[in-house]
Design a protein around this ligand. Structure first.
Ligand code: FES
Length: 570
């Protein structure tokens, strides 16, 4: 495609191969050189007259969740070709939870920047972003929010479950459950080794309602993915068919552009918050959605999550809040059926990449069927309102979060003495100490695990100290400035802001201080006098910044959890 002039002689904006020309100071030369290289790669003018669809491929041997992505890429390419477009695949970094030190969250903003810049720098009329594993989709949505070309997302889809000795297994809620049983002496070395071989049965993303499943469902709700894309399993034909449809739709979007910022409106985010509450979704989604909204120019704040969550009951029965896996969610109809169940609470005028208002799309969707129990109705929910709660108090003046639906109900109002760990490393060293002075009433406090300190790892669900685990204790109140995996469970207060490395109150807790958790009252408090706390705060010295590189940029620029953890300059 080339730039045309209208009747008044104005040049139309460049399209296709004429977009984003390399700057040589001579546009004709830039175009000529680009075409020369493309000719060398086998493209001719018939190819180059078509709308170009970029396809971001996040395959990596370091990302087992994305092992089947090459097959999806092929399907998207097929869809693009069928619709008359030219597919052009490009790589971006691929982040896997278990292969990213210190944590994939540390690299989320880097992937967002990389994706944003590659969409800008390379000629494409629309782009398909293929993601899946936890931080990939948030980063892609952050990039999409500022894109000047249409963007459509698709995901690799959830894994299928495995089984061990007749028991169904899934990553990673069952990873943690079995590990906790192993720590408590209920499983032998051989048995935990056998479990290890069955937890990740296929390629795909964790098949509980962890961060990947939550963010896929939110992407579909926001309208940035074609309907039905969040739940088909990674090895299924439905997954491949959805990828093909995505490729076809991308070409239509290239011909009739709708930009992500026209889709990701305030009302779309309100719909997403409703779905997040009904899913009992990952606490990580709170940080990610805040970051995406900020880039989209939507003024979303932490309290919006509590406001919506306190009116929407838990409707989806999936681990870790419930019992099922993504396969059941998909078989029950997936996100469209959940949206149908929530129809009275949603803004039905929202139009996403499918091009039709949500209300129109839902006309053909049946409500939750009686033969299944995974997706329930507002009249017959899985659990009460308030699956996610936002807390404030003297330990978290700018906010903290807790996943109420995955906590022990009797611990939601609890007062106990603090046992403080200065870092994730300190916790790892001391939690198994047989002489650790700890009881089940203690509140385990972890600090120096926030965004500035170390990129905010998923260290917040501290393991139960071994001597208590061996006594059968499976949950305790834990408080930190860290995150936890969306697949985790327990009475875990996370994302305390400001973090300790920024001089937040967590930095000044001492062993034995009393801490009160009051989830019904939405409070988390350090029970020392304000005079005492102020005197402890005097002379606070922030930790030294990393010497150089991305670590330095990150520590200097990252926002706190309640602001989404993006870089302040973005
Ligand atoms: Fe990739 Fe869970 S580790 S989604």
């Amino acid at each position: 495609m080339s730039a045309d002039a209208d009747a008044a002689g104005n040049s139309a904006p460049p399209t296709g191969i004429d977009r984003s020309l390399t700057s040589y100071g001579d546009e004709g030369f830039s175009r000529y050189l680009r075409k020369a290289f493309l000719a060398g790669a086998g493209y001719d003018s018939t190819d180059l007259d078509k709308p170009i669809i970029g396809i971001a491929n996040l395959f990596s041997d370091y990302n087992p969740c994305h092992r089947l992505m090459p097959g999806m890429v092929e399907q998207v390419q097929r869809g693009v070709l069928e619709a008359g477009g030219l597919p052009m695949v490009f790589p971006t970094m691929s982040l896997h939870e278990s292969f990213s030190a210190p944590t994939s969250m540390f690299l989320r903003n880097l992937l967002a920047i990389e994706t944003e810049e590659l969409i800008k720098a390379q000629p494409m009329d629309a782009v398909v972003l293929l993601g899946g594993c936890d931080k990939t989709v948030p980063a892609q949505l952050m990039a999409a929010a500022v894109s000047e070309v249409p963007v459509i997302l698709d995901v690799v889809g959830p894994m299928m479950t495995g089984s061990w000795r007749g028991e169904r297994l899934g990553a990673c809620t069952d990873c943690r459950r079995f590990w906790s049983a192993y720590r408590g002496g209920e499983l032998s070395d051989q048995e935990i080794h056998e479990v290890e071989g069955e937890l990740v049965n296929t390629s795909g993303t964790c098949m509980v309602m962890g961060t990947a499943s939550t963010m896929a469902s939110i992407t579909e709700t926001l309208g940035m993915m074609l309907p039905g894309g969040a739940t088909p399993t990674a090895p299924s034909g439905a997954r491949l068919r959805h990828a093909t449809a995505t490729g076809r739709r991308a070409v239509e979007l290239a011909r009739n552009p709708v930009l992500p910022r026209e889709i990701m409106t305030r009302a779309a985010f309100e719909n997403a918050l409703t779905v997040l509450a009904a899913l009992g979704g990952s606490t990580n989604a709170i940080i990610h959605v805040l970051a995406i909204a900020r880039r989209a120019g939507v003024d979303l704040v932490l309290d919006d999550f509590d406001r919506v969550s306190s009116t929407v009951p838990l409707l989806v029965d999936l681990k870790p809040s419930g019992t099922g896996y993504m396969q059941e969610f998909h078989n029950a109809g997936g996100v469209p059926v959940l949206l149908k169940a929530l129809e009275s609470r949603l803004d039905l005028d929202q139009v996403g990449v499918a091009g039709q208002p949500l209300g129109e799309l839902l006309k053909d969707v049946a409500p939750p069927a009686s033969w299944q129990q995974v997706v329930r109705t507002l009249e017959d929910p899985v659990g009460p309102v308030g699956a996610l709660a936002v807390l404030r108090g003297t330990l978290a003046p700018d906010g903290a979060v807790i996943k109420v639906s995955a906590a022990t109900q009797s611990l939601l109002s609890h007062e106990g003495p603090a046992l403080v760990f200065n870092s994730p490393e300190d916790a790892a060293q001391r939690l198994d100490d047989p002489d650790l002075d700890v009881t089940a009433d203690h509140v385990l406090v972890l600090r120096n695990a926030g965004p500035i300190a170390c990129g905010m790892p998923e260290a917040g669900s501290l393991p139960i100290p071994r001597r208590l685990a061996e006594q059968g204790i499976r949950d305790m109140v834990r408080v930190s400035d860290a995150r936890m995996s969306g697949t985790s469970y327990g009475t875990v207060v996370l994302h305390c802001a400001p973090e300790s490395a920024a001089g937040g109150p967590l930095a000044f807790v001492r062993d034995g201080d009393m801490i009160r958790l009051d989830v019904p009252g939405r409070r988390i408090d350090l029970l020392v006098s304000s005079e005492e706390l102020e005197s402890r705060m005097k002379g606070f010295e922030p930790p030294a910044l990393p010497a150089r590189g991305f670590q330095r940029l990150h520590a200097e620029s990252v926002l706190q959890a309640n602001e989404g953890g993006d870089f302040r300059f973005l």
